[in-house]
Design a protein around this ligand. Structure first.
Ligand code: UD1
Ligand code: CA
Length: 461
């Protein structure tokens, strides 16, 4: 726990280069908002307080923060965006008594990790504070770090304010800092807007700290940790890096086989258990959980699903579905919200389910629509069955008992109840309940007209 340390997260900017109606920090990468990623990296640090500076779409950002469920998070408003220094000025008065150290982070840096933040905290503790710097092949756009001959950090100069000579500096300012609260507060009072953008630059605090005899330490961090997201190309790059890390974790630490990481897309909150296999073209989103030894894909897209152990889910689209142990799903199944498949159940090709509960061992191997239905255990839903759940005005529910056999091409006009072990004949349109153990036939009888074809052509007897 670091109760004496707070974080200020800067999230008031518009993100002009996104060309979006939506505030930049609310765009998502690998299933989480940009600001959500920053908070997730902060969470394990156990900080005393997190203050998020909001401005553009402040209400929407506040809602997102509330939804993230993090404790200790409050917001302050920066109604006019007058620079990063100005943003921090809004937040400092909100710091609680007892806060002595302050992390300042941008809200658009989703690749930050807890481990690197711990490094910053450690380096900062030994100095007046610390800042992340990085050496980039292309430092364009970033502030450059100024140092004395002995290496002491003396300041940061923004790209737009830099001389030719300063532009040649490869070491950039990541815009992430740890300050002593007192030093930060003193320096913020001395900021001015005497620069090319007429803004209050937080970066000027770096020089003021050096002048006060408490220069910041520089913590060198890799570009793929400190990278900010300023446009949609960088958003895609960040998402790819987040997915790469997540898949690497699953392979290295959990023991999941990922046959082709380049075509496997997992949100960061997806959990996959040991010895599961993710086949190519698999997309797992929104907290989906996959059990041990289950094989998913090729080409399955699961959103907010819970899949048990030893199941197979091939070429399937599923949303908010629960799939039991050793169930077999697909290829070409569509499981819609409210689907609940029991263990050893089977849902095969061209079967669509919605608000459908199939008991253990129940099978619907091909071509069916199962909407608003509860099916018992070991039932058989043959090819072409439709639960007619909608009469154009209201949806109704159908119940099918254990061990029932619903013949091919049966229409079950809801609401209707099929008893345990009951049969329906192929091609039946069932409108009345069928008792346990009964056979229901509901179709016109066949008439066969011998010689009809020849008679019509006028050639025969
Ligand atoms: C800043 C640094 C630069 C550094 C770079 C790293 C300054 C002056 N420059 O530049 O040295 O290399 O980050 O990415 O700090 N924000 C507010 N309110 C404001 C202005 C900004 O909340 O009034 C927020 C933005 O939403 C963003 C963060 O602060 O999340 C950084 O602002 P941005 O304008 O992106 O700074 P850079 O120009 O990238
Ligand atoms: Ca930026």
């Amino acid at each position: 726990m670091r109760a004496d340390t707070a974080a200020i997260v800067l999230a008031a900017g518009k993100g002009t280069r996104f060309r979006s109606e939506l505030a930049k920090v609310l765009h998502t990468a690998a299933g989480r908002t940009l600001v959500g990623h920053v908070l997730a990296a902060l969470e394990p640090l156990g900080l005393g307080q997190v203050v998020v500076v909001v401005g553009h779409q402040a209400d929407a950002v506040r809602e997102e923060l509330a939804a993230s469920g993090l404790a200790n998070v409050t917001t302050v408003d920066q109604t006019e965006q007058r620079g990063t220094g100005h943003a921090v000025q809004q937040a400092v008065p909100a710091l609680a008594d007892g806060i002595e150290r302050v992390l300042v982070l941008p809200g658009d840096a989703p690749l930050l990790t807890t481990r690197w933040l711990e490094q910053l905290l450690d380096d900062g503790a030994a100095h007046g504070g610390a800042m992340f710097t990085s050496r980039l092949d292309d430092p364009t756009g970033y502030g450059r770090v100024l140092r004395e001959d002995d290496g002491t950090v003396t300041g940061v100069v923004e790209q737009r304010d830099a001389t030719e000579e300063q532009l040649a500096i490869e070491e950039i300012n990541a815009g992430m800092y740890l300050f002593a609260r007192s030093g930060l507060a003193a320096a913020l009072e001395r900021l001015d807007d005497d620069n090319s953008q007429g803004e209050l630059y937080l970066t000027d605090v770096v020089a003021l700290q050096a002048e006060a005899g408490t220069p910041l330490a520089a913590t060198a961090a890799p570009g793929e940790v400190i990278a900010g997201v300023n446009d949609r190309a960088q958003l895609a790059d960040a998402a790819a890096e987040l997915r790469r890390r997540h898949l690497h974790h699953l392979m290295a630490e959990v023991g999941v086989t990922v046959e082709d990481p380049t075509t496997t897309y997992l949100d960061v909150d997806v959990e996959v258990a040991r010895d599961a296999v993710l086949r190519p073209g698999t997309i797992l989103a929104a907290g989906t959980r996959i059990g041990e030894r289950t094989v998913v894909g090729p080409h399955s897209h699961l959103t907010a699903c819970e899949v048990g152990a030893d199941a197979t889910v091939e070429s399937t689209r599923a949303d908010q579905a629960v799939i039991g142990d050793a169930a077999t799903v697909g290829p070409f199944a569509h499981l819609r919200p409210g689907t609940h498949l029991g263990s050893r159940s089977k849902v095969g090709a061209y079967v669509e389910t919605k608000n459908a509960r199939l008991g253990d061992g129940t099978k619907a191997p091909h071509l069916a629509y199962l909407g608003d239905v509860t099916v018992g255990e070991r039932a058989n839903i043959a090819c072409g069955v439709i639960v007619v759940n909608y009469d154009g005005q209201v949806k109704s529910h159908t119940t099918i008992g254990d061990g029932a056999f619903i013949g091919c091409d049966t229409m079950l006009v809801s609401p209707v109840t099929i008893g345990e072990g009951a049969y329906t004949a192929a091609g039946s349109t069932i409108t009345d309940d069928v008792p346990d153990g009964a056979l229901a036939i509901a179709r016109a009888r066949q008439t066969t007209k011998e010689g009809w074809v020849a008679r019509r052509r006028g050639t025969g007897g």
